[in-house]
Write a protein that binds this ligand. Structure first.
Ligand SMILES: Nc1ncnc2c1ncn2[C@@H]1O[C@H](COP(=O)(O)OP(=O)(O)OP(=O)(O)O)[C@@H](O)[C@H]1O
Ligand SMILES: C[C@H](N)[C@H](N)CCCCCC(=O)O
Ligand SMILES: [Mg+2]
Length: 248
């Protein structure tokens, strides 16, 4: 699970960068976005951004709502049914089972609701997933990061690491102090730092430079040692909406 200290902190760009890095190491990587909001029925969502930056990948989006709101709020505002927890869970589990490693990008921060009784944290818990936290390094990061890490731990899940979503060429005093204090105060290492502007790079430049943004030892620890599952050995994922597929 790739969550963030809030929306707009760089989860999608980090997801793309991590996908590139793992593909480089021969991992069968897939990307899932349980709920996309702020994009119309046929518009390009986060998965399109990921494949534009990282290249073609197996992807799956469960639901989407046009209003740029939390999914639960967007459904209520549109007067449409809430995302069904069971259906979403089955779709995600089936997709995860079909790939060696699936990066699941949340919406906004960890406690954002997909439905009245269903949060991004619940999705991570159902998968027993480690949770990577993308952090906006600006003033305010310490509180947001520590709240997020405490919520992860309170659910019995493991924080996989912190990633600074956009690190400027001339970080201010708060950013410089945060980069030092975040690991100390959360007990979670900073395992990646994305340079400001990363999301605006060409695919060639992005795929070339992304692996260098993560701690090599952490990437090594992520890389599965088990062989890729043979196609026959995993159940076919359940039928999925039109957004499913390998985006060009
Ligand atoms: N390293 C970066 N440098 C500059 N801009 C960035 C960087 N990472 C992300 N951005 C930009 O910031 C905006 C938000 O990034 P992104 O879409 O990754 O956020 P998010 O956390 O995935 O948001 P959401 O909660 O909607 O999924 C985008 O316009 C993106 O291009
Ligand atoms: C629209 C935005 N880009 C995200 N997809 C959804 C962010 C929901 C944030 C809800 C909140 O924490 O207030
Ligand atoms: Mg995103």
């Amino acid at each position: 699970m790739i969550t963030g200290t809030s929306t707009d902190v760089g989860k999608t760009v980090v997801t793309a960068a991590l996908a590139v890095t793992l593909v480089d190491r021969g991992v069968d990587v897939a990307v899932c976005k349980p709920a996309q909001t702020g994009v119309g029925p046929d518009g390009p969502g986060d998965l399109a951004t990921v494949t534009a930056l990282a290249g073609a990948l197996p992807t799956h989006e469960c639901v989407r709502f046009a209003d740029p709101l939390a999914p639960e709020t967007a459904a209520r505002h549109a007067g449409t049914p809430q995302a069904d927890r069971g259906t979403m869970g089955d779709q995600i589990a089936g997709f995860v089972a079909a790939h060696q490693m699936t990066l699941v990008e949340g919406s906004g921060g960890l406690l954002v609701r997909l439905a009245p009784e269903h949060t991004i944290l619940d999705v991570a818990a159902a998968l027993a997933a480690d949770v990577l936290v993308v952090v906006d390094p600006a003033l305010g990061a310490l509180n947001h990061a520590e709240l997020t890490v405490r919520a992860i731990r309170s659910a019995g899940l493991r924080p996989a690491g912190l990633v600074l979503g956009s690190w400027p060429g001339t970080p201010d005093l708060a950013m410089r102090c945060n980069r030092e204090d975040l690991p100390r105060l959360t007990g979670v290492p900073v395992v990646g730092v994305l340079p400001a502007g990363a999301g605006g790079r060409s695919r060639a430049e992005f795929t070339e430079t992304a692996p260098g943004w993560f701690d090599p030892g952490w990437i090594e620890s992520l890389t599965p040692t088990t062989p890729m599952p043979s196609p026959q050995s995993v159940p076919a994922p359940p039928s999925v909406p039109a957004h499913q597929g390998v985006h060009p």
